[in-house]
Design a protein around this ligand. Structure first.
Ligand code: HEM
Ligand code: HEM
Length: 185
């Protein structure tokens, strides 16, 4: 139920996947919207505060997700050799981009030496600050890597729909429920 098998994803991996998909899409929209706000808008400070807080929580969840991914078996890929290779490379790319987006966001926020407050519950300390042009270089990396992440995730979602509706593979169903692959096993 909780763990993965060679035929399907367990509840832990499924929860990680959908929780982080929701967070990534939400953070992208929030990030885009908040950077266009005027100085006197009540969300001018509140928006980035929520964005950074959710972003740091996602960074912690993603670290746990990657550890879980490395110690657990993974279900066998479906489709042609090319599709399986593309999926594998695409998934690694998604993990790398996730880390790049979040680490660059962290570096923008800690450029002046202050830590990042997470909903005032705790503070993530600054470890690298005052590098030359840190905020603007990290800001450029953050924007371009976030856009690339969203484009690849959109291609990834289309591939999942192709597997489900065209090739009639179990790929999407087994990412929706652990019961699905147990029934088939
Ligand atoms: C997957 C997670 C994330 C996504 C998809 C995301 C996306 C975005 C986007 C699209 C923007 C607007 C960029 C622009 O218009 O230049 C933005 C801005 C920003 N993000 Fe993120 N972000 C994520 C995580 C984080 C994290 C973890 C932090 C910090 C702890 C962070 C801090 C910031 C800051 C400070 C800005 C404002 C930058 C500026 O004013 O130029 N983000 N983010
Ligand atoms: C920002 C959004 C998303 C991100 C960052 C993301 C990321 C990922 C990653 C990294 C994996 C690989 C899991 C692993 O091997 O450890 C994965 C698997 C998967 N994703 Fe997503 N995903 C997103 C959105 C979606 C959406 C919208 C769908 C469906 C329409 C979807 C369907 C799937 C499916 C079916 C798998 C399992 C593939 C398999 O069993 O081989 N994902 N996703």
């Amino acid at each position: 139920m909780w763990r993965n098998t060679r035929s399907g994803w367990g509840l832990v991996s499924i929860s990680f996947h959908w929780l982080s998909a929701l967070a990534v899409i939400g953070l992208f929209i929030l990030g885009w919207w908040m950077t266009g706000l005027g100085y006197y808008d009540p969300w001018y400070n509140q928006g980035p505060w929520v964005h950074r807080s959710i972003g740091i929580l996602l960074l912690m969840v993603t670290t746990a997700r990657i550890v879980w991914r490395l110690v657990q078996p993974t279900p066998k890929g479906e489709g042609s050799r090319f599709e399986r290779l593309a999926a594998h490379v695409g998934h690694i790319g998604l993990y790398v981009l996730l880390l790049l987006v979040m680490l660059s966001g962290y570096l923008i926020s800690t450029a002046n030496g202050r830590g990042v407050s997470v909903f005032d519950w705790f503070e993530m300390p600054a470890v690298l600050s005052n590098l030359p042009n840190q905020a603007s270089i990290a800001g450029d990396i953050h924007w371009y890597s976030a856009v690339t992440l969203i484009v690849i995730a959109a291609g990834h979602a289309l591939a999942a729909l192709k597997h489900h509706f065209v090739s009639r593979h179990a790929t999407l169903s087994r990412m929706l429920s652990p019961a699905y692959s147990r029934r088939r096993a």
